[in-house]
Design a protein around this ligand. Structure first.
Ligand code: KIV
Ligand code: ZN
Length: 514
């Protein structure tokens, strides 16, 4: 079995998804979950792109011990220096240096000749190697680059000290056959290629990112890059959970191993969806809510007789438990602490008390508290940002009846600490609620998307709402979870607006400029 390294870029390429702006605490929680998921390399951000990214990468590099942490840099001394400042505390500092190699990018974006691109690459890899032990060099837009030019430049950057060569399909243009052939060509035509890991990085514009990644490993790639839930620029990146489960389920065909802990798949997906505000489509492979649902009578009959008739993946493989009831109304603090430690959380005594209080409140309203519910409580507590000035929901009431105009009354605390209250109508309960909240805020808000789902099953399941909006022209997303649908909707709206304050607080100035 060949060992394949998994390079996760959820916190860098994934965070480049429109409307996604993770704050530092959320990034750290995702980083910890990625560590539990068993990835090998974590791209924590692009330190030179903003002060917020720099600080988040630094904090992750300090916190994460079992995964190699890396950061992105353009082929510029200043980017490399900034990345070093953020990453030098990491257990195994690693740099991801990139430069475009396709004629179209070299001519129109970089305005450099191929010779200049070679020279810059060699110089910057050598410069980076003075600081970093591991340097990954990426040929941006490799799949539209000339193969002979690629082979020449790769040989030179390996001589200059690169330890990983990454060949991205930056615009998601290539097909599995072509992408595989590019890897084979490089394997066969670069004399020093066996000194390095060869990596694939695919985008999903044609829906081929996972297929292309599989074609790459069949042709010599030993590292796969991607994101959780396939989030990322445009149509996103290769979904790591799909790639990993494909290898596992078709091990008869793919003789490759990864270090991933597949039973952490669903939880990792849920966490990323929750913090990014990007809902997972119901029919998404591996982690969508319908991935294990059987609707037609013939299928249901088959599954009841023998699950393997229509089910190639068991829900348990990816960590979906049919009965994950763990705690209830009578569970004490000790049992609660034990369970959350089993879930991989280490809380301070103060946070533990906060979490236990939230759990007890939930048991008053919900008979069965599952791991999924605990996960919501724990991540909310770990990412609490109440020290930052922001809007807070104090109280609300919505009146709805088939013959009345829906009306909402809302009381909020504003970022300057004053309490404000008003009432508005709307065509439906959510619109009335949102019109009222918006009237109490100074910002100009345009709602662009609204998604409602449940966490777990049953009538008393928690409701989860994801919203996307622009706040003063900045795209943001937000999320709210509560027992009541309208409360979850109100929290999601307020959470999205508050992200603007959080981003100002952590000095997030711009999305990565690539
Ligand atoms: O898609 C791409 O080419 C990238 C590079 C920065 C590696 O994300
Ligand atoms: Zn990319």
């Amino acid at each position: 079995m060949v060992q394949i390294k998994i390079f996760d870029t959820t916190l860098r390429d994934g965070e480049q998804s429109p409307g996604v702006n993770l704050n530092q605490l959320e990034k750290i929680e995702i980083a910890k979950q990625l560590e539990r998921f068993g990835i090998d390399i974590m791209e924590a951000g692009f330190p030179a792109s903003s002060q917020g990214d720099f600080e988040a990468v630094k904090k992750i590099a300090e916190t994460i011990q079992d995964v190699s942490v890396t950061g992105l840099a353009r082929a510029k001394k200043s980017d490399i220096d900034i990345a070093w400042e953020a990453l030098k505390v990491a257990k195994e500092p690693r740099l991801h240096l990139f430069i475009a190699t396709s004629p179209i990018h070299m001519e129109h974006k970089l305005m450099k000749t191929p010779e200049e691109v070679i020279e810059t690459s060699v110089n910057m890899v050598s410069y980076a190697k003075e600081k970093f032990t591991h340097v990954e060099w990426s040929a941006e837009d490799a799949s539209r680059s000339d193969l002979d030019f690629l082979a020449t430049i790769i040989e030179k950057v390996i001589d200059a000290g690169a330890t990983v060569i990454n060949l991205p399909d930056t615009v998601g243009y290539t097909t599995p056959k072509e992408y595989g052939e590019m890897f084979r060509y490089i394997k066969e035509n670069v004399p020093n290629i066996d000194k390095v890991d060869l990596s694939a990085h695919c985008h999903d514009d044609l829906g081929l990112a996972v297929a292309n990644s599989l074609a790459a490993i069949e042709n010599g790639a030993t590292q796969i890059e991607g994101t959780i839930n396939g989030i990322g620029e445009r149509a996103g990146n290769a979904a790591l959970e799909e790639f990993a489960v494909a290898l596992n389920i078709r091990k008869d065909f793919y003789p490759y191993n990864t270090n991933l802990v597949l039973k952490e798949t669903k939880r990792t997906s849920d966490l990323v969806s929750k913090f990014t505000g990007m809902a997972v489509p119901g029919n998404k492979a591996v982690v969508g809510r319908n991935a294990f649902a059987h609707e037609s009578g013939i299928h249901q009959d088959g599954v009841l007789k023998n699950a393997s008739t229509y089910e190639i993946i068991t829900p348990e493989l990816v960590g979906i438990q049919s009965n994950n009831l763990v705690l209830g109304k009578h569970s004490g603090r000790h049992a609660f602490k034990d369970r959350i430690e089993q879930l991989g959380y280490q809380l301070t005594e103060e946070k533990l008390s906060e979490a236990f209080t939230a759990f007890k409140l939930l048991t008053d309203r919900k008979k069965e508290v599952t791991d999924d519910d605990l996960f919501v409580i724990l991540t909310d507590i770990q990412t609490d940002t109440s020290d930052v000035k922001r809007y807070q929901l104090e109280a609300f009431q919505v009146q709805y009846g088939s013959y009345n105009l829906p009306t909402a009354t809302v009381a909020l605390t504003t970022p300057d600490g004053s309490r404000v209250e008003t009432a508005c109508t709307g065509q439906g309960s959510v619109e009335a609620l949102y019109n009222t909240i918006e009237r109490l805020m100074k910002e100009t808000i345009h709602l662009t998307d609204f998604n409602l789902s449940s966490i777990g099953q049953g009538r008393d399941a928690l409701a989860e709402v994801h919203v996307s909006m622009t706040v003063n022209d900045t795209p943001v997303s937000g999320r709210g979870a509560a027992q009541d649908v309208l409360e979850a909707a109100a929290q999601a709206f307020i959470n999205a607006v508050n992200r603007v304050f959080l981003n100002q607080h952590s000095n997030v100035t711009a999305k990565a400029q690539i």
